[in-house]
Design a protein around this ligand. Structure first.
Ligand code: NAD
Length: 306
């Protein structure tokens, strides 16, 4: 028996699928039985202009190989039209991959409102609009898979990318909450921070590195995450690139607890700062600390413990 993962009967919507990672997802799902909506505005990587060509070329490629696909040329800011394309063409939507993206790299001292606004609009508002339009369908059929696209720039920061970093970390918070709200409807949402050769990275990485970073090396992880019965991952963050993938999580130091009274001063914190930043006995939280318990503990503390 083949162990090939298949997506027969499923409808997969991929935003920004005219090139780069999106195209790699689209051709993969098209070759594994899914019906694919290939969305792409067809502009430059800075978000200028538009064209139908990018999406059309990918649709043709999928069809030529015997797959099913339709094009959509709307901006992700009009997410409802993209989801409508799926419903009109194929009658349903099972998987949404929020992948479209642009860059407006500029050092923070030179950034203009336009650089900020456009990046937030495409990445954050775009993912929101597409997901909001897909959500009622997912809830109704009690099934849905969402992949959002973050970036190492969002997780760790990156020179010249305050706008992009802010937008990409927003995808993490967005995903975490979607995961919580979708869980009881079998809607699983996860977020990936990919690294791959594309027009986005071709100017910032040397050619030999780019060669090793084919967008096709991101696809298998996403394929596993959106498959109907192979994973229960929900609200997880993954890094992926060059055949490597890993899950990321938060780490919390064991911290410093002071009695919450007049003795809780900046000076008292400074005296024991090493405890605030001590990761020798870490916790791996999936939620905020239990402040009521901490408060009760601090109230029980005597002066000697301060
Ligand atoms: P890419 O430029 O090749 O692909 C992005 C696609 O999105 C393009 O085809 C573009 O036309 C489309 N697009 C842009 N704005 C759009 C809009 N408003 N509506 C619809 N489509 C739009 O770049 P890529 O590297 O394949 O990037 C894919 C995603 O991965 C992006 O979200 C990017 O931020 C993210 N990412 C990529 C890397 C990497 O190393 N390539 C790293 C981290 C994150």
């Amino acid at each position: 028996m083949s162990d090939q993962l298949r997506y027969d009967g499923q409808v997969v919507v991929i935003t920004g699928a005219g090139g780069g990672l999106g195209k790699a997802y689209a051709t993969f799902f098209g070759s594994r039985g899914a019906s694919v909506v290939v969305n792409d505005l067809g502009g430059s990587f800075k978000g200028e202009g538009n064209s139908t060509k990018a999406a059309d070329v990918v649709v043709e490629e999928i069809k030529k190989a015997g797959g099913k696909a339709v094009a959509n040329y709307d901006s992700v800011e009009n997410g409802e039209r993209i989801i409508e394309t799926a419903i009109k063409a194929f009658g349903r939507i099972d998987v949404l991959i929020n992948n479209a993206g642009i860059l407006r790299d500029v050092a923070f001292k030179n950034i203009k409102d336009e650089d900020w606004d456009l990046v937030i609009k495409v990445h954050v508002t775009g993912a929101y609009k597409c997901t909001r339009a897909a959500w009622p369908h997912f809830r109704k059929q009690k099934y849905g898979r969402v992949i959002n696209t973050a970036s190492a720039a969002g997780l760790f920061g990156s020179f010249g990318q305050t706008n992009y970093s802010a937008a990409k970390l927003a995808m993490v918070g967005f995903t975490e909450t979607l995961a919580k709200e979708g869980a009881k409807y079998n809607i699983l949402s996860n977020v990936i921070a990919p690294i791959a050769a594309s027009r986005m990275t071709e100017t910032v990485m040397p050619p030999d590195v780019l060669k090793a970073l084919g967008p096709e090396w991101i696809v298998p992880l996403v394929a596993v995450l959106v498959h109907s019965n192979n994973t229960t991952e929900n609200g997880s963050i993954f890094e992926a690139g060059a055949g490597h993938m890993a899950k990321l999580r938060w780490e919390r130091s064991s911290g410093l607890l002071l009695k919450a009274d007049d003795s809780y001063t900046p000076g008292a914190i400074l005296k024991q700062w090493n405890k605030v930043v001590d990761f020798s006995n870490p916790q791996y939280p999936s939620g905020p600390n239990d402040f009521m318990t901490l408060l009760e503990e601090s109230m029980k503390m005597g002066p000697s413990e301060q």
